[in-house]
Design a protein around this ligand. Structure first.
Ligand SMILES: Nc1ncnc2c1ncn2[C@@H]1O[C@H](COP(=O)(O)OP(=O)(O)O)[C@@H](O)[C@H]1O
Ligand SMILES: [Mg+2]
Length: 459
């Protein structure tokens, strides 16, 4: 499972990492620059020392001498932090004075480069060495003077530079980090407040979330939630009304059932009991019909446009089968039921059970409200948007009633039969599920009557 990403952590890492990288780069750059100049200073001092020793190389009677009194050696070597070494050697006679163990470059390899700096070690200590050449007379040959010093002063200075450079940088990171942290927390607090506000709401409170205190960036979210709450509210209202209506509709036939049952109980023989039993049967039929219709409506509401509930079907085949089922009912009223469609199948995605229910309700109405001894025609038009048309030559539906008949439990006053006003509501619900449009008009082919057209989406 993916762990939810935290905005706080993301912001923090995105803001802090660049800062840390910049600080590290900056600190190392300043450190190396300072180090370079410190080295330059100490190297120059070493070089000066070597040059002053070079002054002491003389020639006496064609012999090279180097004279440094012991007291002067002490002064030369004196330093409370570092040890200083020196070595004087000539091309002709080799080692002349100083520390024999001090590594130095060979005189021949010296070339023109002067002074010559190198790193080495003596008595187990690392040293920085500088070597300079001097030639007292033309015949005496070259003399190489090397001076070396341990690195304590240099590393002490490095540490001081490091501290001086790093301390302010660390402080800077801490202060900036603190401000980023508090800034992010403060920035995110309206979101937490909003979450708290919503979690504290009662389940019945569908009022919109107020705009006060909600930052601009979060408003699109609250607007979406508010729109959802509004839709939820109207759905709940519709359901509430539907339940009230359903209960009301069920109460009437049930009350009738009770009255007739009481009357039947008072009768002392079967003949007087029969009319009451007849009424009981009719009332039971109505209750059964009503509950079936309610179930169909509930089922069509819960169907979603998903692949396992919508399958490829042939509209012509489905309509033909459905018409066959309704032929006996039509014959009872002496109505001729005509089916008109091409032989090539009209394929579309749909829910077979619901589409049968849709056509059954249209046929039920056409047979119930059409003229006895009249005509009904069911037609499939295989256009880009396939059409299902049901026409009858009955009294028709007046234009002012055309919208109302699709409302739940609405019946045109004075309508015949025992309907409960859910038939066309079911038709509308199922058409909506399939993204189809419904139009109500008059059946022109008969000059009068009802024409109901269901136009399905382009397949
Ligand atoms: N084919 C039709 N011809 C005339 N009136 C119709 C037709 N179909 C429906 N109606 C009218 O529309 C109303 C609503 O129909 P419906 O929702 O099926 O409810 P019900 O049939 O239970 O009354 C009916 O009461 C009827 O008056
Ligand atoms: Mg009906």
């Amino acid at each position: 499972m993916n762990r939810p990403q935290s905005i706080r952590t993301q912001l923090l890492s995105r803001l802090t990492w660049p800062l840390i990288v910049v600080v590290i780069l900056d600190a190392s750059a300043s450190y190396f620059v300072a180090l370079h100049y410190a080295d330059l200073t100490y190297d120059r001092w070493l070089q000066d020392s070597a040059k002053s020793l070079a002054q002491l190389v003389k020639t006496k009677k064609d012999k090279l001498t180097f004279e440094l009194p012991p007291i002067a050696v002490d002064v030369f070597r004196w330093d409370d932090m570092d040890k200083t070494f020196f070595k004087v050697e000539s091309e002709a006679s080799g080692f002349m004075a100083g520390d024999k163990g001090l590594p130095s470059p060979s005189i021949q390899s010296r070339g023109n480069e002067e002074p010559f700096f190198s790193d080495g070690d003596i008595q187990g200590q690392k040293v920085r060495i500088v070597s300079v050449l001097t030639t007292p007379t033309e015949t005496s040959g070259d003399v190489l003077i090397s001076v070396a010093e341990t690195l304590n002063k240099r590393s002490g200075m490095m540490n001081e530079i490091l501290l001086a450079v790093m301390l302010p940088q660390i402080l800077l990171v801490c202060i900036t980090g603190f401000h980023i942290w508090t800034g992010i927390n403060r920035g995110l607090s309206p979101l937490n407040d909003l979450a708290k506000l919503i979690s504290q709401r009662s389940a019945k409170d569908l009022n919109p979330i107020p705009d006060e205190g909600v930052p601009l960036e979060v408003r699109s979210l609250t607007y979406t939630i508010n729109a959802l709450l509004q839709r939820l509210g109207s759905t709940l209202d519709t359901q509430q009304r539907f339940i009230e209506n359903a209960a009301h509709q069920l109460r009437t036939p049930l009350a009738g059932l009770k009255v007739q049952a009481e009357r039947a109980l008072l009768a002392d023989n079967l003949d007087t009991m029969k009319p009451a039993l007849e009424h009981i049967k009719n009332a039971a039929d109505r209750v059964a019909h009503l509950s079936t219709q309610l179930l169909v409506l509930a089922r069509s509401e819960s169907v979603s446009h998903s692949a396992n509930e919508f399958k490829a079907i042939d509209l012509i085949e489905l309509a033909r089968e459905c018409c066959m089922d309704w032929v006996p009912k039509a014959l009872e009223r002496n109505i001729e039921l005509e089916f008109d469609a091409m032989t090539t199948p009209v394929r579309m995605a749909g829910n077979e059970i619901l589409l049968r229910e849709l056509l059954s309700n249209l046929l039920d109405n056409a047979i119930c409200y059409g003229n006895p001894g009249g005509h009904i025609s069911v037609k499939i038009e295989p256009a880009f948007e396939p059409k299902l048309i049901v026409e009858d030559d009955g009294p028709g539906i007046q234009t002012k009633e055309a919208d109302k008949v699709f409302e739940r439990f609405y019946r045109i006053p004075g309508s015949r039969g025992e309907g409960c006003g859910l038939g066309l509501a079911i038709v509308k619900e199922i058409a909506d599920r399939h993204g189809a449009r419904i139009t109500v008009g008059s059946a022109k082919q008969y000059g009068r009557g009802t024409r109901i057209e269901i136009v399905f989406q382009a397949q």
